[in-house]
Design a protein around this ligand. Structure first.
Ligand code: SAM
Length: 282
């Protein structure tokens, strides 16, 4: 009995519903800290390397972060006519999105993260992924992204909402007032993208993001990717723009480890249940 209990202590589990959870066997828990906004935990896992969770939900792991960070940056970049250069990231305190944008040749990135401790923890435990924070092309602001978009008048080719799920500090990032402010910041032909949750386990996140964007932008589209450590492994992103949403001549974009030109085309092909979810979101 005693040894069974010990074994249970060496697992980190993210609960998807009352009846289902995904568990990672961990070598060690490296950190657990309560900030003014949320709880951050870092685990050394057997299968996925280091893992960061916020309030018990997986944010990234060393092994599969490339999927999320490529797909949230490369798909919208491919839809921008010409070469996008200026980006705004809301959230993204782990630095993965900014680091990926630098690889794509962006030369001015503003990253607005509400919780400075996420940045500090990432610099310590994920130095490769967060290395953008020591690059002069990246300006990190520790403040609420909702306030920032309301007050700034800077313009960006790409606005990326790389946030936690729509609870706590991220709740206000999933409504139309936020997107009204975002719309004022996008350059001619600019694109906005948000992570919009698992269509299977978090249909509300996708519905909220879609409704909020549809209320403000004439063109909205959903795409998906396979991210093994996120709920169900099937993840959605939603893009919006005043411009038509279609792949531009993106021959400048290299293939990634996940992204390539076939993925760009295929990721917008949706299962019927996802189409229904989007259709129902006015
Ligand atoms: N890839 C991740 C995912 O989808 O699970 C997101 C990672 S990133 C760590 C999410 C960040 O969004 C967190 O660090 C959180 O503090 C930040 N965030 C949440 N609400 C925010 C807000 N209103 N303004 C700025 N950042 C916010």
């Amino acid at each position: 009995m005693k040894s069974a209990m010990k074994l249970i202590e060496n697992w980190f589990s993210e609960r998807y519903s009352d009846n289902l959870q995904l568990s990672f066997r961990v070598m060690d828990q490296l950190l657990s800290v309560k900030t003014d906004f949320q709880r951050i935990d870092i685990f050394e896992t057997y299968d996925f390397g280091k893992l960061m969770s916020i309030d018990g939900t997986v944010q990234l792991t060393e092994r599969d972060e490339f999927v999320y960070h490529e797909m949230i940056t490369m798909v919208p970049s491919a839809m921008f006519k010409g070469r996008p250069k200026k980006a705004l990231i809301i959230g993204g305190g782990d630095g993965g999105t900014a680091t990926q944008l630098l690889k794509l040749g962006f030369d001015h990135i503003v990253n607005v993260e509400i919780d400075g401790q996420v940045v500090e923890v990432s610099k310590k435990y994920f130095p490769e992924i967060s290395k953008a924070f020591s690059d002069s092309r990246v300006r990190l602001l520790v403040e609420d992204g909702i306030k920032y978009v309301h007050n700034t008048d800077e313009k960006f080719d790409l606005v990326i909402i790389d946030s936690t799920d729509p609870v706590g500090p991220a709740e206000g990032l999933f409504n139309s007032n936020f997107y009204k402010d975002v719309r004022k910041l996008i350059s001619n032909g600019g694109i906005v993208v948000t992570q919009s949750g698992s269509p299977f386990y978090q249909p509300k996140a996708l519905a909220l993001a879609t409704s909020a964007m549809k209320a403000v932008f004439p063109n909205v589209a959903t795409y998906t990717a396979f991210i093994p450590t996120y709920p169900s492994g099937f993840w959605s992103f939603t893009v919006a723009s005043d411009a038509e949403l279609k792949a531009a001549d993106a021959s400048w974009l290299p293939d990634g480890k996940y992204f390539n030109k076939e993925i760009l085309e295929g990721c917008f092909r949706l299962p019927e249940f996802v189409k229904d979810l989007i259709k129902e979101s006015k």
